[in-house]
Design a protein. Structure first.
Length: 133
């Protein structure tokens, strides 16, 4: 029975790890979409200001307030999700059974890429005949 308990624990552990990765991916996507919405709100504010200036006037207070409120709301949501993502990543990194993250590509401890091996040399006698052009 001890073997089955260990198998069950391993399966539970793998399931939890898979769920954590899935949840992190979902949170990452939500954060990306929220940041995209905040960027669109900032773009709308910028365009409105530009168009008002081009027309020789100023952006009216109502439109400015509405656009600023939308930007603040979307930016706050994006920041909340980005912070939640950072916390989730920190929790995953703090797990005792989590493998260490790979070093960055340019880091001195990073493994060097494997050199490309040239194809084996063949002599002219071994090469297949070519058809005349």
């Amino acid at each position: 029975m001890a073997l089955w308990d260990k198998v069950r624990q391993g399966i539970d552990k793998a399931g939890k790890a898979a769920q954590d990765v899935f949840d992190e991916g979902k949170l990452r996507l939500e954060a990306y979409r929220a940041r995209e919405q905040a960027d669109k709100a900032a773009e709308a504010l910028g365009y409105a200001l530009f168009r008002a200036t081009e027309a020789g006037g100023e952006l009216d207070a109502e439109a400015r307030g509405r656009l600023l409120d939308a930007l603040k709301e979307r930016d706050a949501e994006a920041r909340r999700l980005e912070n939640a993502l950072a916390e989730a990543k920190a929790r995953m990194d703090d797990r005792p059974d989590a493998p260490p993250p790979p070093p960055p590509a340019g880091a001195p401890d990073a493994p060097a890429p494997a050199p490309a091996t040239p194809p084996p040399a063949t002599s002219a006698a071994e090469s297949p005949p070519t058809a005349p052009c």
